[in-house]
Design a protein around this ligand. Structure first.
Ligand code: BG6
Length: 522
């Protein structure tokens, strides 16, 4: 498996139509020598819920990008949804989905060539007649990929009907795979139920549970950073690391998703999946080999080593809060309880902060702080690894000790890594000041970062599930999260509030203050 070297090739109309372009050398001189080695065969991709936002914002643009780069050429994309659309209507809708971002610059001819491959099945999700049309729409393609991006209450009917119609069986010489969007359940019991429904028809090797954070370049780089460099691993343990902070801050609110968000909240929406992906890749052991099973097994071991937060401990190790009215980028924004689809007395958290501990030999005693929230002062996803102080400090500036070293891994929107080290300020006396040693993706590699969904869809097409979550991974993380959810409701854990545009609730500071630490500035 080659999880790290998938690179784009030149985008031209002729390339898009050719089958021979898959080994075209990159146009980026930095990538010379690397060729695109994972050719997806022909496939039919069925999008259940094709009229929804995900298809518009992510799936169609990602598929179009793979097409223009010449990475996919023999395929059909079939929308499957309730609305009584026709093939032409779906194609026109899809054309409007290409009016944004990088797709906008493509020529009409390239767009036409792509849209020609789209088809549409109008059906309710529980109607066997809809599923009877699936095979004909595939027109001799080798693979079948079923993408579930409907509201999750439709998943059981879709899985059941796909199974009953025999679509879990691979066509001769091909494959059948199912991609499942989040949420994979809303607690341990419902996650298990969904996994059991999937397992009734599909083998685990056919199931691709998506977490789009794994499609982000900077997230994949965590393993390269750790295991492709010899300077980090010796320090990556409780002898040298003081504590870790993981931040996933957003400045957006719940927008039009109030209804969904009410049944979710920040813990389910961001921590159970995205934050735990960052945490496990950052702290897992060396997997021995780059196989999906080896990497995912190491991640599960971390999840199993998380020290459980008992009911009695939730108020000590967790903080939950909701945003109130405030100002973001000079604009007044409403509080969470005033958003559309949100109950005026809602007890759904839009912010959560946790103190976690990993009870294994490498990490015992290292507190790991995780926070995420909507309507914070800015969008920023980053991991900060703080190192211990030197055993003896020679230098003081104005009586102050220099700050301990830290390594900041910027996931988004900045993408890069900075080391904070102490340096002598030039001059006749010894004054010490912290300075940053920065690596930025943009300046090192130019503009080569593919969208997360491109990478993930491509991985599914070539049968690589490394960047998808395995059943035990999902269930182990839900077991941990469900205990916190139950603790919150049993203890009636207070719901703090924070003004939109701030760095979060005051209470979150106390989590770190207990141990004399502070959150990194947002
Ligand atoms: C989604 C959540 O999974 O991730 C959203 O449902 C959130 O609430 C989004 O806004 C964040 O993704 P990204 O890629 O912008 O960090």
């Amino acid at each position: 498996m080659s999880i790290f070297f998938v690179k784009s090739v030149a985008a031209t109309l002729s390339a898009a139509h050719s089958d021979n372009n898959l080994n075209t050398m990159s146009t980026n001189p930095l990538l010379d020598g690397l060729t695109f080695a994972r050719e997806p065969g022909s496939f039919a991709l069925y999008i259940f819920g094709a009229t929804g936002d995900l298809t518009r914002k992510k799936l169609i643009p990602a598929l179009f990008s793979l097409f223009t780069k010449g990475i996919i050429s023999h395929f059909r994309i079939i929308g499957f949804a309730r609305r009584p659309w026709t093939r032409e209507f779906f194609q026109n809708e899809a054309r409007s989905m290409l009016d944004h971002g990088p797709a906008r610059a493509a020529s009409t001819a390239v767009k036409d060539a792509f849209l020609e491959k789209l088809d549409y099945i109008s059906s309710t999700f529980d109607n066997p007649e809809g599923y009877a049309q699936i095979e004909a729409a595939a027109q001799g393609m080798e693979g079948r990929i079923f993408y579930l991006s409907t509201p999750p209450n439709e998943y059981p009917a879709i899985i059941e009907n796909l199974g009953r119609a025999g679509h879990h069986h691979a066509p001769p010489g091909g494959y059948s795979r199912i991609i499942v969007e989040k949420p994979i359940g809303r607690d341990l019991a419902s996650a298990k139920e969904l996994n059991t429904q999937l397992a009734a028809w599909f083998d685990e090797s056919q199931i691709y549970r998506i977490d789009h954070y794994l499609g982000k370049e900077t997230v994949q780089n965590l393993l390269v950073l750790r295991f492709c460099n010899n300077i980090f691993e010796p320090l990556w343990n409780n002898h040298f690391v003081d504590h870790i902070q993981i931040t996933i801050a957003e400045s957006i609110g719940v927008g039009t998703r109030g209804n969904y968000y009410e049944s979710s909240g920040a813990l389910r929406d961001m921590i159970q999946n995205h934050a735990f992906q960052l945490l496990t890749l950052l702290t897992m052991e060396h997997p021995g080999e780059l196989s999906a099973e080896a990497i995912r097994s190491e991640k599960v071991k971390i999840l199993k080593s998380l020290r459980p937060i008992t009911f009695r401990e939730v108020n000590r190790y967790t903080v939950r809060a909701q945003y109130s009215q405030g100002v973001i980028e000079g604009e007044e924004v409403p509080g969470y309880r005033q958003e559309n689809g949100v109950a005026p007395d809602s007890m759904t958290e839009t912010y959560v902060a946790l103190e976690l501990g990993i009870d294994n030999w490498r990490w015992a005693g290292v507190p790991i702080y995780v926070r995420t929230g909507k309507r914070l002062s800015r969008k920023s996803t980053e991991i900060a690894v703080y190192f211990k102080e030197p055993p003896h400090q020679l230098f003081r500036t104005g009586g102050q000790l220099p700050p301990p070293n830290s390594l900041i891994i910027h996931i988004q929107p900045e993408e890069g890594i900075s080391w904070n080290v102490n340096s002598k300020v030039p001059g006749y006396i010894t004054t010490v000041r912290p300075v940053n040693m920065d690596f930025a993706y943009g300046s090192a590699f130019g503009d080569t970062t593919p969208e997360a969904y491109e990478r993930l869809l491509l991985d599914c097409m070539v049968g690589d599930s490394t960047l998808y979550t395995r059943r035990d991974e999902v269930e182990t993380s839900w077991a941990f999260i469900t205990r916190i959810l139950q603790g919150w409701s049993q203890n009636q854990t207070p719901m703090a509030s924070y003004p939109a545009g701030s760095a979060g609730p005051e209470d979150a500071k106390a989590l770190l203050n207990h141990r004399g630490k502070k959150w990194r500035k947002l």
